[in-house]
Design a binder for this molecule. Structure first.
Ligand code: MG
Length: 380
């Protein structure tokens, strides 16, 4: 049997010198006794997994509203896909895969209903009150809004997990916990998650775009990465006895190949960067470098940009996507205005926060936490 100390020893003996070691963690805001079996990052992962914000991801939009069909990605399935990709990449690079896993599981917790359209609407309402960004809101949920510890300490996660979630500049005036820096680079484990997030949503949004028949496969099949992945898929399927694969089988295998190509590329290109920076000795050195050490190769990064441009033009701005979400975001805006005019519309536990946080921020926290379905129901 392995206890926590054995697992910490194993980390120290097997992981890269740039990996964050659980034993070296700077700890939690409220000091707790160590767990008998789990390292601090395993414990963080379990807290995220059992949080109510995590459960709500199942009813939040990725691109197509969660209410539109059963076969499309939601924030929850996207999150699980990122987690699997980040864990594999971190393992192959000798990084702390438990830290990568918790970061991936938590990376979209702050997403409001209706994806990026909902995020832009809330940011507009909050522009005079510190703004709104989903990644900053994720930290707010973990540090304060989830109720698991006294003194509104949220889930009381480890310092390194919280730093891994700080991937971009926080808007000026956004209420972040006082001990967090407002602009910083995440540890390598957080950088890996950030890149896996992008690779995951590009590949899977493409899959959903075609599956929903909103964008024809031909819009993507001439682009370099899907073309290469499709050729690979045809070859393997032929070897397995399928010389004329149907479109669903072919697309499934093609998208799977795209993900594999990108994960392998991320691991190889990052490994190359690490070799070139052999002077770096600690995870803090890697953070202090000032730019990401985790990268794709320039070839794959260019192919990802190319795909993202096509998704932007043909899927994210597709009339069906825009109209299905715009009625709901209008509902969100009306609800925000109604609450700001009458705070008694807030549930009691949110009313208790108004004095310290202000009415607009509390209304924003309440609405951002809603699922698509809940907002559609109460915002009528
Ligand atoms: Mg994401």
């Amino acid at each position: 049997m392995l206890n926590r100390e054995d697992l910490e020893d194993k980390e120290a003996h097997t992981l890269s010198r740039l990996a964050v070691l659980a034993r070296a963690s700077k700890g939690r805001r409220l000091t707790e006794r160590n767990d008998a079996l789990r390292t601090c990052f395993m414990r963080d992962r379990d807290r995220v997994l059992h949080s109510s914000a995590f459960r709500r991801l199942q009813q939040k939009t990725q691109v197509l509203p969660a209410t539109i069909g059963d076969h499309y990605r939601t924030r929850l399935t996207h999150t699980l896909e990122v987690s699997q990709m980040a864990r594999s990449t971190a393992l192959s690079l000798g990084l702390n895969h438990d830290l990568a896993e918790v970061t991936a599981l938590a990376h979209d917790l702050g997403h409001p209903p209706f994806g990026h359209v909902g995020e832009r609407a809330l940011n507009e309402h909050m522009k005079e009150h510190g703004g709104f960004r989903h990644n900053a809101q994720g930290l707010r949920i973990l540090d304060s809004l989830e109720e698991r510890f006294p003194q509104a300490l949220g889930l009381n996660l480890s310092w390194e997990t919280r730093i891994c979630l700080l991937k971009s500049q926080i808007p000026k005036g956004f209420p972040l916990a006082e001990d967090l820096p407002r602009a910083t680079l995440p540890y390598l484990e957080g950088q890996i998650v950030d890149l896996c997030d992008r690779a995951a949503y590009v590949c899977h949004d493409l899959d959903d775009a075609v599956r929903s028949s909103l964008v024809p496969w031909e819009a993507f099949s001439l682009l370099e990465l899907p073309r290469e992945a499709e050729e690979q898929a045809r070859k393997r399927l032929a070897e397995q006895g399928e010389k004329q694969p149907g479109p669903r089988l072919l697309r499934g295998r093609t998208v799977g190949n795209m993900v594999s190509i990108l994960v392998q590329d991320l691991a190889l290109a990052t490994d190359e960067n690490l070799k070139q920076h052999h002077e770096l000795r600690t995870p803090e050195d890697a953070r202090a470098l000032g730019s990401y050490l985790a990268t794709h190769s320039s070839k794959r990064a260019g192919q990802l940009d190319q795909l993202l441009r096509t998704l932007n033009e043909q899927f994210y701005k597709h009339e069906v996507v825009i109209t299905s979400i715009s009625t709901s975001t209008e509902r969100m805006s009306r609800l925000f205005a109604r609450i700001c005019g009458d705070s008694s519309l807030l549930p009691h536990r949110y009313q208790d926060r108004v004095q310290d946080e202000g009415l607009e921020r509390t209304a924003c926290d309440y609405i951002a936490g809603m699922t698509d379905r809940f907002l559609d129901r109460i915002g009528q």
